[in-house]
Design a binder for this molecule. Structure first.
Ligand code: SF4
Ligand SMILES: [Zn+2]
Length: 123
């Protein structure tokens, strides 16, 4: 993960503890098929305290390049798609597939959708 060199990346608190920031960040973007380089980067991740947060971030933001949370692009693609509340962004993994909001925002979302439906019908 190119935590501190990627300008487009919005810094998150966990990134301060990213072990890769103390190594060569390029190491986490090995060339395709460079199995030894991939293994080296993944080994660093096994010692990283923010591995879980890193992987969650990559899944949430659809990061398609590099090693994140010890997983390669291919491994991340094979993982079930992580799902998050559309309003606040908390994880809703494990909720039925039709659910798009966390319990806090579900009621408001349903009310808004009902209002929109009624407005459409009234016009
Ligand atoms: S898990 Fe790996 S890629 Fe993610 S912050 Fe830690 S060292 Fe970097
Ligand atoms: Zn929410």
């Amino acid at each position: 993960m190119r935590v501190f060199t990627e300008v487009l990346l919005t810094p998150e608190p966990w990134m301060q503890d990213a072990l890769c920031a103390q190594s060569d960040p390029e190491m986490f973007f090995p060339a395709p098929g460079a199995t030894e380089a991939v293994a080296r980067a993944r080994k660093v991740c096994t010692r990283c305290d923010v591995r879980k947060e890193c992987l969650a971030y990559a899944l949430k933001n659809g990061e398609t390049h590099g090693i994140w949370g010890g997983k390669t692009e291919k491994q991340r693609r094979a993982m079930p798609r992580a799902r998050f509340c559309r309003t606040c962004g908390v994880s809703i993994d494990g909720a039925p597939v039709q659910v798009r909001y966390c319990p806090t925002h579900r009621v408001a979302a349903r009310a808004a959708s009902k209002r929109a439906y009624q407005e459409r019908r009234a016009s």
